[in-house]
Design a protein. Structure first.
Length: 240
C-alpha cells in the first residue's frame, strides 16, 4: 500500500463531506421537529455543552489543526498539556468525564464572545449534539442535583426523540457516530489503522508533533510520537 500526502487530502475531503451531510440532516430534522411543536434550544453563544470532553477522529482533528492561527494553537496546547497532567492515574471513563467538566473549563476554541472559533470545521461530535432542553441543563452535573428535580427533568423528556436519560437528540448523535466510524474505516483502509481521541489533544499533536507526518509512516511511528509527547493514555488517544 502506497501512502503519500495525497492520502491526507483524501481523508480530509471525506471528513468535510461527512460534516456537510450531517449538517443538512440536522437542519432538516430540527425544522421538522419544530414544525411539529417541538423545541430545540441550541443557538449562538449557547456554550454550556462546550465544557464536555469532545472526542473525534484523526481527519477532523487535522482539519481543525490546519484552521488555527498561532494564538489559538497556544490555547489548545495549554489545554492539552493540562488535561494530560490531570488524567494521570485516571482509568475510568466516568471519572475522566467528570474531571474534564469540573477542572478543564470551556473548550479552548471558544472566542471572546462565547462562540466557536472553528465553527466551519467543528467535528461531527459537536454538530450532532442538539438539545431539547434549556442550556442550563447542558451544564448540569446530575450527581449534584436534588432527586426530585432530577426526576422532574427525566419525566419531562421526549423519550421518542432523546438519547435517554440525556436531553440530546438520539438519532442525530447516532448518525454522527456512524459517520465517525465510516471515517475511521476509511483511515484504516488507506493507512492500515485509525486514530480517535480528545479533540484538543489530537489537534495539539498534529500542530506541534507532526502526527500527520508520523501517520503517513505507519502505526508504529504514530504511536511513538504520541508516547514521546506523553499522551499515550487510553482515555486521550486510541488506535484501532
Amino acid at each position: 500500500m502506497t501512502v503519500t500526502s495525497e492520502t491526507l487530502t483524501q481523508l480530509l475531503d471525506q471528513a468535510k463531506q461527512q460534516q456537510m451531510f450531517l449538517e443538512m440532516f440536522v437542519r432538516s430534522w430540527v425544522d421538522d421537529y419544530r414544525s411539529g411543536g417541538g423545541s430545540v434550544y441550541c443557538g449562538k453563544g449557547c456554550r454550556n455543552c462546550c465544557s464536555l470532553a469532545v472526542h473525534t477522529g484523526f481527519a477532523e482533528a487535522l482539519a481543525v489543526a490546519r484552521h488555527l492561527d498561532e494564538e489559538q494553537g497556544k490555547e489548545v496546547e495549554k489545554y492539552a498539556v493540562t488535561l494530560r497532567d490531570l488524567v494521570q492515574g485516571v482509568r475510568e471513563l466516568p471519572q475522566y468525564l467528570r474531571l474534564h467538566r469540573d477542572e478543564m473549563g470551556f473548550c479552548p476554541l471558544l472566542n471572546a464572545e462565547g462562540g466557536c472559533s472553528v465553527y466551519p470545521v467543528r467535528p461531527l461530535t459537536c454538530r450532532s449534539l442538539i438539545s431539547t432542553r434549556e442550556s442550563a441543563w447542558c451544564g448540569a452535573d446530575f450527581a449534584k442535583i436534588a432527586p426530585g428535580e432530577r426526576e422532574a427533568f427525566l419525566a419531562g423528556l421526549d423519550r421518542k426523540v432523546v438519547s435517554f436519560p440525556s436531553h440530546y437528540v438520539g438519532v442525530l448523535q447516532e448518525s454522527g457516530k456512524e459517520l465517525e466510524e465510516a471515517g475511521a474505516q476509511q483511515m484504516r483502509t488507506r493507512l492500515g489503522f485509525a486514530l480517535y481521541g480528545n479533540l484538543g489533544v489530537l489537534v495539539h499533536l498534529c500542530r506541534k508533533h507532526d502526527l500527520a507526518g508520523a501517520a503517513l509512516q505507519g502505526s508504529a511511528q504514530a504511536l511513538r510520537v504520541i508516547s514521546d509527547a506523553g499522551f499515550d493514555h487510553p482515555l486521550l488517544v486510541t488506535m484501532t
